[in-house]
Design a protein. Structure first.
Length: 221
């Protein structure tokens, strides 16, 4: 349900699912009774409660994965009207979606009314998924599949899209990931952030073991 503070008195925590390689080491079936926020092509492996995309080039390229009859039935969506400098087509303004405005080249912030988002270049997790979790009323945010790199669980060898080119330009870690600014904004709101990804690559975010006993290692997606 896309409503401010909808979960405040219902659920304390949520899980944000990135698309990093470590997602292949996690049994996501354990999240069945949790609230999940997934980004971009997360639907390759599971359909979360909320799907967020900030780059409209990615959205248009993977529209058949992100926005289809199954995801429209089980998920709510958050899009950005000018994500990645590309205007969002009218067909994405659907009943169970919220469309935000991206403000370029300003320091990281969280809009408590969830109308505007930053474009830090760090990741859609920072810019959109975490502000969504705050707006929904969660007090604990857990990150899974957030490895700080460019490679994805569905093509871990990095041959999808421009991944190899980005790695040659920037190295294996994404630039501009200012997690210290994210933590600072969350502290203002008394919201806890934990990295549960097995890689534990986000050194500015407190690490917490994935809170379920069963874990599997699988590359079948």
């Amino acid at each position: 349900m896309l409503e401010k503070n909808y979960y405040r008195d219902k659920k304390d925590r949520c899980f944000i699912l990135g698309t990093g390689i470590s997602l292949n080491d996690i049994d996501l079936s354990n999240l069945e009774n949790e609230v999940t926020i997934g980004v971009n092509q997360i639907c390759v492996t599971m359909i979360p409660d909320f799907i967020v995309v900030s780059d409209n080039t990615c959205l248009l390229k993977n529209e058949h994965i992100i926005l289809n009859e199954k995801t429209k039935k089980y998920s709510d969506f958050v899009f950005v009207n000018n994500g990645g400098g590309v205007e969002l087509p009218e067909r994405f303004y659907i009943q169970n979606s919220k469309v935000l405005k991206c403000i370029e080249e300003i320091p990281y912030f969280i809009d408590d009314d969830f109308k505007d988002v930053t474009n830090t270049g760090g990741s859609v997790v920072q810019d959109v998924a975490i502000p969504l979790a705050c707006w929904l009323g969660f007090k604990e945010i857990n990150l899974l599949g957030c490895d700080g790199g460019f490679r994805h669980f569905f093509q871990p060898n990095g041959t999808d899209g421009d991944v190899l080119g980005l790695e040659r330009r920037h190295g294996i870690k994404r630039p501009r990931q200012r997690w210290n600014l994210v933590v600072k904004e969350l502290n203002k709101r008394n919201v806890s952030l934990y990295n549960c990804s097995p890689t534990n690559n986000l050194k500015e975010v407190e690490y917490k073991e994935y809170p379920f006993k069963n874990r599997k290692v699988s590359n079948e997606h």
